[in-house]
Design a protein around this ligand. Structure first.
Ligand SMILES: [Zn+2]
Length: 76
């Protein structure tokens, strides 16, 4: 797959760090699976992973968490 941003790079499998901010809360997820452009560095996280991140963020907010840094783990 070619990168849609620079049109030159190839997308390679890797991991990235995603920061989500919701109101006063900030959550950092490390080791999130992503496709990364080898030319411009653009990162793509698939829909399923994005949904899992948002779900986890909502859980943290419900627990009253304001700051959280964790490794992303795909739910079984
Ligand atoms: Zn690119």
């Amino acid at each position: 797959m070619k990168c849609v941003i620079c049109k030159h790079g190839e997308m390679i499998k890797g991991t990235t760090t995603i920061t989500l901010e919701r109101g006063i809360s900030t959550f950092v997820f490390k080791d999130v699976p992503a496709q990364i452009c080898d030319n411009c560095g653009e990162k793509y996280v698939d829909q399923q992973t994005t949904r899992a991140l948002l779900k986890k963020a909502n859980e943290l907010i419900e627990n009253g968490t304001e700051v959280d840094i964790r490794k992303f783990q795909v739910a079984a």
